[in-house]
Design a protein around this ligand. Structure first.
Ligand code: GLV
Ligand code: MN
Ligand code: MN
Length: 474
């Protein structure tokens, strides 16, 4: 009774205070006011649930000109000429792009830190900085001859989302953090999502990196050191504890045609397909292309060709359009027209939204590699499953936040799965995860024709900003 009385008196005083002094157009949480905080502490009651102001969505405005300029500038840090982009981990161009991103983070008022392998973090402190932050981000490394939007939209777009919120007058309760992950692409060391895998605490990867070299035989640690990461060997310092973030949201181009074909502005990702990658080597005797007769040959190149076709066969046998397989690397040694290949090297990528079905494809590929090697008299000198990652599900609350953000911004959206993998796949191991997709021209990606319009990018940035705002007050 006494408690109820005290509560209503307090509510009355607060309403007088609230309606007299609080600005109406800001996204606020009255806990931030010291007077209210004292009253709350005194009464033992939460006076209000934190809420976003209804006008926040209409006050979000993206600096499209500047964002496009940044995307274009970043694309010039490339080892191949425009319109293609090639930016490989720890290369000179990668180091330049890191500096560029850090400068932009600093100019946006974020406090910047970098970990031992070069994951870069830029934080906007919330007014309750002891709470776990909400994070967002993506990557800026680019596979050979790719485009300028993959990953980049989720890094520059995330920094712009924070600027958008700052300009609107919003103040986050939880800190907001932008992450630029090191090496989402497996190009240099054959390991995808290297930075986010480590953040998620992969001991297996720590062991693997100790013996990892690139195609030029440069050790991972030497490459990292040459890019300025002198403490790269301290890999466990990169690990983040489960719960270090209260959530993670990644903005990304769809890399598929659905949103554009259906004329939908936003994809809200519900799950990320499960990728596996395999390295295979066959060895034969080689020899002279004219002198060694066909019955005497054990051609490592033909073994590789046969295995590539077997990959296609096993993938199609699954009977599902969701199962895919690619042989993206096929190298023959010594690589001369008049020499029978004595060695062959293949790298196989296979994915599915169903982990078991994907694993059964991996098993079948192994059985085929064994039988091909036996039949052709070549040695199967390597069958290395580099990774066999489980799929990840998006968090329901983050899905809902992105959906309501899209609705409040009057943008059409649909739920969809991601067939490409992303750093989000690994962030999901340590924090609730979600992804926001935007359309890209004909679904093109991993090639120079990759393109998203600045209008679509700005829509994605706004949905990201509003989603982060919602998550930051929860
Ligand atoms: C990411 O780049 C992927 O290959 O899905
Ligand atoms: Mn990519
Ligand atoms: Mn990407």
């Amino acid at each position: 009774m006494m408690k109820a009385l005290r509560f209503s008196l307090l509510q009355f005083l607060l309403s007088v205070y609230f309606f007299s002094f609080c600005p109406v157009n800001l996204a606020m949480n009255i806990e931030q006011d010291p007077l209210i905080k004292t009253m709350e502490d005194f009464s033992g009651y939460a006076i209000h649930e934190p809420q976003l102001s209804e006008s926040l969505s209409s006050s979000l405005s993206v600096d499209t000109q500047n964002l496009q300029k940044q995307i274009d500038e970043l694309s010039t840090f490339s080892d191949t000429s425009a319109p293609s982009v090639t930016r490989i981990l720890y290369s000179e161009k990668d180091v330049m792009s890191r500096r560029y991103i850090k400068n932009i983070m600093e100019a946006s008022g974020l406090s910047v830190r970098e970990d031992a392998v070069g994951n870069i973090f830029g934080q906007w402190s919330g007014y309750e900085p002891e709470l776990s932050p909400v994070s967002t981000g993506s990557h800026t490394d680019a596979i050979p001859y790719s485009g300028k939007y993959d990953g980049v939209v989720g890094v520059l777009g995330a920094i712009e989302a924070i600027n958008v919120l700052k300009r609107s007058g919003f103040k986050p309760k939880r800190s907001l953090e932008v992450i630029m992950f090191a090496s989402e692409e497996p190009t240099r060391f054959g390991i995808s999502c290297l930075g986010s895998r480590l953040l998620a605490g992969s001991e297996e990867l720590v062991q693997q990196l100790k013996k990892t070299v690139d195609s030029e035989n440069v050790a991972f640690f030497d490459a990292a050191k040459s890019a300025g990461y002198k403490n790269a060997e301290d890999l466990s310092s990169v690990f983040l504890k489960n719960g270090s973030y209260s959530g993670f949201v990644e903005l990304h181009i769809e890399q598929g045609p659905i949103l554009e074909e259906e004329g939908i502005s936003i994809g809200v990702v519900t799950a990320i397909a499960a990728p596996a990658s395999i390295k295979v080597e066959f060895e034969g005797n080689g020899g002279h292309a004219g002198a060694v007769l066909m019955p005497q040959r054990n051609d490592a190149g033909l073994a590789a060709a046969e295995l590539a076709l077997a990959v296609e066969k096993h993938v199609l046998e699954s009977g599902s359009v969701d199962t895919v397989g690619t042989v993206g690397i096929l190298e023959l040694h010594p690589g001369a027209i008049n020499s029978i290949p004595s060695k062959s090297h293949l790298e196989i990528d296979t994915r599915d939204i169903d982990e078991e079905r994907r694993n059964s494809v991996v098993d079948k590929i192994y059985q085929s590699a064994l039988s091909i090697s036996k039949r052709r008299g070549v040695k199967l000198s390597q069958f290395n499953i580099v990774n066999k990652d489980p799929p990840a599900l998006s968090d329901e609350l983050i899905i809902k936040a992105a959906e309501s953000a899209s609705r409040e911004l009057n943008l059409t959206y649909k739920k969809m799965i991601s067939r490409a993998y992303h750093d989000s796949l690994f962030m999901a191991r340590i924090t609730p995860m979600g992804m926001i997709f935007i359309p890209c021209y004909k679904g093109y990606s991993h090639k120079p024709e990759e393109y998203s319009s600045i209008t679509d990018i700005a829509n994605g940035v706004k949905v990201l900003a509003l989603t982060l705002a919602k998550l930051s007050i929860s």
